[in-house]
Design a protein around this ligand. Structure first.
Ligand SMILES: NC(=O)c1ccc[n+]([C@@H]2O[C@H](COP(=O)([O-])OP(=O)(O)OC[C@H]3O[C@@H](n4cnc5c(N)ncnc54)[C@H](O)[C@@H]3O)[C@@H](O)[C@H]2O)c1
Length: 264
């Protein structure tokens, strides 16, 4: 059994918790969260007496597979932690903005396997395949108002989301500013960068007051032709998080135990 720990007992963490506690390959041994209530809710739902609530450092030290489903600060904290970098750990990262912000550190890691599920988008396998040949790459993300509330960029620019009556682009720019301004919304942009390593990704974020879905559109051009992908995602229990992201994390875990690897 692979000793597993989950950092972040919220929406994605809980769904993963259900999966792991039924698994024959993984044992769910540790959880950690900065919010006591999240841990209590998690343990009440999962009902597995073996699970220990521990601190961040202890989890990194004791778990062999670490699942990050918290936020980009937690993902950065894992990369910077000695317990992680000195041992042969596997880590599945959902808050990929934290990897993007520590890219030089990420490229130096030798003793760990880092897994980035495709999350709320499709086509990361193709984008990775054409790395080095890309001439233009863009991501357009459209979300209902609820999915954008609380983003630092909206507060900084004084945007009143309630006044938006029809679909409107509220952000256009590069990846650094997108991740800083929309840390809970735009992990897909970070994942796209990690797959492509293309520095000129153009990001657009639109608010759609009539929309019910989180829509991500990718256009990628080069000498290979054109890749266009579009996912129209139903939100999960957390309106900022697409349900596809949950399914993608579960798929990444199932892949660990399967001999046939499809896609890359
Ligand atoms: N890669 C993708 O495509 C993708 C898609 C959707 C969501 N996400 C990201 O996945 C992460 C989890 O999403 P969610 O919907 O489960 O969020 P959530 O808000 O429901 O749960 C997050 C949990 O993490 C806890 N937490 C926050 N900071 C922490 C820290 N430093 N240490 C430990 N626990 C901490 C919170 O208290 C909360 O219980 C978010 O960062 C989200 O942006 C990624």
């Amino acid at each position: 059994m692979i000793k597993t720990g989950i950092i972040g007992c919220g929406n994605i963490g809980t769904e993963i918790g259900f999966f792991l506690s039924k698994s024959r390959i993984f044992s769910l041994d540790y959880v950690c969260d900065i919010d006591k209530k999240s841990i209590e809710n998690f343990l009440r739902k999962i009902k597995n007496e073996k699970i220990k609530a521990v601190g961040f450092d202890e989890l990194l030290q004791k778990a062999d597979l670490i699942i990050e489903a918290a936020n980009k600060e937690a993902a950065s904290g894992i990369l910077k932690n000695k317990n992680f970098s000195r041992k042969n750990k596997k880590i599945l990262v959902m808050s990929t903005g934290g990897l993007f912000e520590n890219i030089s550190m990420l490229d130096r890691i030798k003793n760990a396997e880092i897994c980035v599920p495709s999350g709320a988008i499709a086509g990361l396998d193709a984008i990775k395949a054409v790395r080095g040949r890309i001439k233009a790459l863009s991501l357009t993300t459209t979300k209902p108002i609820k999915g954008l509330e609380g983003a630092p960029y909206i507060a900084k620019k004084g945007i009143d989301l309630k006044k938006i009556k029809s679909k409107k682009i509220i952000f256009e720019g590069g990846i650094k500013d997108a991740i800083k301004g929309f840390p809970s919304n735009i992990n897909v942009a970070a994942s796209l960068f990690l797959a492509s390593r293309f520095k000129g990704i153009k990001i657009r974020i639109a608010a759609d007051p009539k929309g019910k879905l989180n829509v991500h559109e990718i256009a990628c051009d080069g000498d290979f032709g054109r890749i266009l992908t579009r996912t129209e995602n139903k939100p999960s229990k957390n309106p900022k998080t697409s349900y596809l992201a949950v399914l993608s994390a579960l798929r990444a875990l199932r892949n660990i135990g399967e001999n046939l690897k499809i896609g890359n």
